[in-house]
Write a new protein. Structure first.
Lengths: 392, 273
């Protein structure tokens, strides 16, 4: 039995960038051998094992064959006779099909090293057709590596178009889609994920309601410079996508475009299995970002209502995220709004959160608690606004 | 007779006039080379274009990204942007005339003449070139864009000109992707890698150099045979640290200097904002 380091770990090492997972391939072994050696099998029907101490993934070498329509419709052949080259051949991109043995020697039967040098994302073989998820994976690698100068090979892009046109993307589970989507959002240029999906027709298959261009992805691009968190980037992207909703689908639906945007957001959430925290930040942004243009003109009532309706006092961290998304959106709006203006809301939140409700209510036992607190908060905001305008 | 090259003017007409006066420029005797971005961001784009057009015989101009942007707005092929300062020019009576004149200018200019170092060759572009381009190749690729700008379908080109894709040059590129890529190298490049992959999103100086990338002139092969003159990159402040590669944009419009250089003796003159 021989083991080789494969996939992303080898690729990232050659590229000189940090890597997340270290995956291994095992040649000449069987599931029984592995279990006898103390490996733990994960997943019933897939020959993948966790190392007894490092917990890194070890997969038995296998070949795959498509037997139907979709992402899971393939049969695989695991046997101790499957060679390293055969296993590498079924992988998606040449840069992911390099193996490293224990002496650090690289085994590269498909030209992955030269494609890294030439900064090309190129499919390994016809096996690329066998899994429609690969369309999303390549788009994700583009989002990860475009800032290093990587481009997608035209041949690979045309296979991606073929797969997108075949309707097979519909067989992908929302969970798998979100996995690729979220990893892309965490990468240096998430907009490349969306643009690549558009270029090969996958975006039209997944979200026919929108027509997005690089120019409409401004908020997403700005958000990547402001934060690494995927929920912030997702909320910024949904703002761009909301703006790119096709006029026809907008008009056919509700007259109120914000309501339609929210409805579309929940549709996206369903189709891509978007987690609640991401989706709720996006919805919150949709509701509030327009007011951020004119924060200076808002009175205490309106400022407090932003804080109340976004549940900011109970969830201050989420509120800070909302403000970051709004900064990304406003950075690109025609009226230039300084970040200091948005920071005003952070200040206001601090002021209204700092009050000690217990003491406040002790002094006024007869009145309704809610009203007392609210009144006191308004007074504090008014005072802050007055002081602020004096200092300017 | 002297040949002068001036950095990005960007509508700063008055300092241009002052500089020309300082060197006693004579339009019947001398030549003025402009590295592009004649207009926009500064206050007097209209005066600048009128002045240069009036002495057309004695100027050599390569187009910059702002010049192309003006052409696109004027032809209705792109919307104006908030930071643009082109409205006086766009509403002038002679705007059509100026625009047609500007549209016929080139994207790369080459010449050879006697300097204090003997006969020298010069290649002027607005921003830069791709790593693998020779002088010949640069001129012929620039000519492809020029033909398109001067041809019947120039509006289609102007509409398709915008965008950062494809990110690098390939001899097999075709159509408007090809023209856009040529234009991006000649008028927008700052950082690239050894393959020529562009990072058009980074607009700052060398301290912002992305990992794995370098200023384009670290890769170019042209200065072995010809001196390169370029503008576009104010953050360099006129320094490339490389012989025979001259950065002329010293950011007058951003509160710094306008630079003029005499090509016969490399003497620099400047006006501070």
């Amino acid at each position: 039995m021989k083991t080789y380091l494969v996939g992303g770990a080898v690729r990232d090492k050659v590229l000189g960038i940090p890597t997340e997972d270290r995956d291994w391939v095992v040649i000449g072994s069987t599931p029984t051998d592995m279990i006898d050696l103390g490996y733990r099998q994960v997943g019933k029907d897939f020959p993948v094992f966790l190392h007894p101490t490092t917990k890194e993934q070890y997969a038995l070498a296998r070949t795959e064959k498509k037997i139907g329509f979709g992402h899971t419709a393939f049969d695989f052949n695991v046997s101790p006779t499957v060679t390293l080259e055969e296993d590498l051949k079924r992988r998606d991109l040449t840069i992911n099909a390099i193996a490293e043995n224990h002496d650090g020697k690289l085994i590269d039967p498909f030209g992955g090293l030269s494609d890294i040098k030439n900064k090309l994302l190129k499919h390994v073989s016809e096996a690329f057709y066998e899994d429609p998820l690969r369309v999303l994976r390549v788009a994700r690698f583009h989002a990860k590596l475009a800032s290093l100068g990587f481009v997608i090979s035209p041949d690979t892009l045309s296979i991606m178009s073929e797969i997108s046109q075949s309707g097979e993307l519909k067989t992908l589970s929302p969970e798998r889609i979100w996995q690729e989507f979220q990893k892309s959002l965490a990468s240096p240029t998430p907009e490349k994920f969306i643009l690549t999906l558009k270029e090969c027709g996958a975006l039209q298959a997944l979200l026919p309601e929108i027509n997005i261009t690089l120019q409409t992805l401004n908020s997403l691009r700005c958000s990547t410079t402001l934060s690494k968190e995927t929920d912030i980037r997702y909320a910024a992207l949904m703002n761009d996508i909301g703006n790119s909703l096709l006029e026809t689908s907008k008009q056919a639906k509700l007259p109120n475009s914000r309501a339609y945007e929210l409805e579309f957001q929940s549709e996206v959430k369903k189709r891509f299995n978007v987690p609640n925290d991401h989706a709720s930040l996006a919805a919150l942004t949709c509701e509030h970002h327009e007011k951020m243009h004119r924060l200076k003109q808002l009175g205490a009532e309106e400022l407090l209502s932003i804080i109340e309706s976004s549940d900011a006092i109970r969830r201050p961290a989420r509120f800070e995220k909302l403000l970051t998304v709004c900064k990304a959106i406003l950075k690109n709006s025609l009226k230039s709004v300084e970040n200091s203006q948005i920071n005003l809301l952070s200040e206001v939140l601090k002021i209204v959160s700092d009050i000690d409700v217990k003491i406040l209510l002790q002094n006024q036992p007869d009145q309704e608690a809610r009203e007392v607190v609210r009144h006191h908060r308004l007074q504090l905001i008014n005072k802050y606004i007055a002081e602020r305008s004096e200092s300017i | 007779m002297s040949t002068y090259v001036v950095g990005d003017i960007q509508g700063c007409y008055k300092p241009l006039k002052k500089l020309l006066k300082k060197v006693k420029f004579s339009k019947s005797r001398d030549q003025l080379w402009c590295v592009g971005d004649l207009i926009n961001r500064g206050p007097n784009s209209l005066d600048t274009l009128r002045f240069l057009q009036d002495m057309d015989q004695s100027v050599r101009i390569v187009l910059g990204n702002h010049d192309l942007h003006f052409l696109a707005i004027h032809e209705g092929c792109a919307p104006p942007r908030t930071k643009d300062t082109l409205s006086e020019l766009l509403t002038a009576k002679d705007c059509d005339l100026l625009s047609d004149w500007l549209r016929k200018k080139s994207l790369a200019h080459y010449d050879r003449f006697e300097t204090k170092n003997g006969v020298e060759k010069f290649l002027m572009v607005h921003a830069g070139v791709a790593p693998m381009w020779s002088v010949q190749k640069t001129l012929s690729l620039a000519a492809e864009v020029e033909l398109s700008l001067q041809g019947e379908n120039y509006k289609i080109f102007l509409r398709n000109m915008y965008g950062d894709q494809p990110i690098r040059w390939h001899d097999k590129l075709q159509g408007y992707e090809r023209l856009r890529t040529i234009t991006n190298y000649l008028t927008r490049i700052r950082f690239c890698d050894s393959l020529g992959s562009l990072r058009l999103d980074v607009k700052e100086g060398l301290s912002a150099t992305p990992n794995g990338f370098k200023p384009w002139y670290e890769f170019e092969k042209i200065s072995k045979s010809a001196t390169i003159l370029f503008g576009h990159w104010a953050a360099l402040d006129g320094e490339t640290g490389k012989p025979k590669v001259y950065a002329l944009d010293t950011g007058y419009v951003w509160g710094r200097e306008l630079t003029l250089m005499c090509l016969e003796n490399y003497q620099r003159y400047s006006i501070t904002n």
